[in-house]
Design a protein around this ligand. Structure first.
Ligand code: GLY
Length: 418
């Protein structure tokens, strides 16, 4: 099986690592990949992953049997549609289904028309209407840019003036959605979907704020844990019955073509689970802690998705726990420093049961590894419990050095209020 992974982040590095261990693999390519994936696959850097035509041509040239689309942008651009129309097996939904992520206004309408539990929301296209609405509110609320914003289009600041400023900035780019603020614990739930059935994977929690104890600005995610120790069997049952089942039934009723992974961003409140967002892919950094715990062969799992065999396929996970901490550049989530030389520990000096996934890294002009973005690496540790996994992850994180590099110190310590 010749596999092409589309994307360049830590999620794609984790996915490529898992594919590289498949007994069925005969070739592995990443488009465009990163310096981490270059160690286990061939990076394809001469085309744009968001251009469907060239991606199809490249898949043909490389004799690809299976395409795994990691991020949302190629899905939104129709890469999955065009690959499927050209006869390729592709894990990742159609551009039409990707609107669940690419338009929060669309997702909210979908949830409301299908009676799914979600916060009350209002959609604005006019800045004056937006200002009038915000200044008349006395309760707490959340501001979201409707379209893609790389995890930076949401603010839940407890400061109405800051929220108004943020909302007026966002409406210059796109529609703005104002949602009621819900309190509770956030949970990321991933579902593998084929044309007939689906499988719920092990849950994760994402630590979205930059600072310890959930303080500071929102980021794309500063770390994750998998599984989530506070989730009770009763809550898991409620999520399946009140959120996952009806969402998938609604997608089928509305005729969406969906073979791939669907991500439910949930808020577990005292009144039950609510959907904050859907994403049409695996989460990042969540995939970097979940995929290392996947015992099943990833080619087999993708095959089940593509051939509608999930119903009879048992997705197996290790009983371990994984903790991942993101190493970020100075100033992230603001405009980050880049081009900083990176010092990595040699393999034999790294703690046991760890993985170092690359994201914002590059090979500099002199051939050495440098930083190239906000979130540069994720240090992942596995263990029998959170304590062991966490201590391995942070031991590895401390061995990775670059000027201005920093990480949030409490991933997996404060499991509530992430
Ligand atoms: N962990 C947030 C995301 O993947 O969008």
């Amino acid at each position: 099986m010749r596999v092409l992974v589309i994307g360049s982040g830590g999620r794609e590095h984790a996915v490529a690592c898992k594919f590289s261990r498949s007994h069925r693999l005969t070739g592995l390519y990443c488009l465009p990949g990163n310096p981490g994936t270059a160690e286990i696959a061939e990076n394809v850097t001469d085309i744009d992953p968001n251009e469907p035509g060239p991606v199809v041509e490249k898949a043909r040239e490389l004799g690809i049997d299976l395409v795994f689309v990691g991020p949302e942008a190629p899905l939104a651009a129709g890469v999955s549609d065009q690959l499927a129309q050209s006869g390729f097996s592709v894990v990742g939904p159609s551009a039409s289904a990707a609107r669940l992520e690419t338009s929060k206004a669309f997702a909210n309408e979908f949830m409301q028309r299908n009676g799914l539990p979600c916060p009350k929301s209002h959609v604005f296209t006019d800045p004056d209407d937006l200002r009038t609405h915000i200044t008349s509110r006395t309760d707490r609320f959340v501001v979201k840019r409707s379209g893609l914003a790389g995890g930076k289009g949401v603010s839940d600041a407890d400061d109405p003036e800051a929220l108004l400023r943020f909302a007026l900035e966002q409406i210059e780019h796109d529609q703005v959605v104002i949602e009621d603020y819900l309190s509770g614990n956030e949970l990321s739930v991933f579902v593998a979907m084929d044309g007939r059935s689906y499988a719920i994977l092990t849950e994760c929690a994402d630590y979205k704020k930059a600072g310890a104890d959930g303080t500071g600005p929102n980021t794309g995610g500063m770390g994750s844990i998998c599984p989530v120790p506070w989730l009770t069997p009763e809550q898991r049952r409620l999520v399946a019955e009140s959120i996952v089942d009806p969402t998938i039934a609604a997608l089928r009723n509305e005729g969406f073509a969906y073979r791939g992974f669907l991500y439910f961003g949930l808020m577990m409140t005292s009144e039950g689970p609510y959907v904050l967002e859907y994403n049409v892919r695996l989460g990042d950094p969540e995939a970097q802690v979940m995929i290392p715990l996947l015992d099943s062969d990833l080619v087999d799992l993708c095959d089940s998705i593509l051939n509608d065999r999930l119903k009879d396929y048992h997705v197996q996970f290790s009983s371990d726990v994984a903790v991942g901490g993101v190493l970020a550049s100075r100033n992230y989530p603001g405009p980050p420093d880049s081009d900083k030389p990176v010092e990595l520990p040699p393999e034999h000096e790294r703690p046991a049961k760890t993985h170092l996934f690359h994201a914002g890294t590059a090979i500099g002009d002199d051939g050495t590894l440098v930083t190239a973005g906000g979130r540069c690496f994720t240090a992942v540790g596995r263990g029998v419990d959170l304590l062991e996994a966490r201590s391995r992850a942070y031991e590895l994180a401390a061995q990775v050095r670059f000027d201005g590099g920093w990480y949030r110190p409490d991933i997996g310590a404060a499991i509530f209020g992430t």
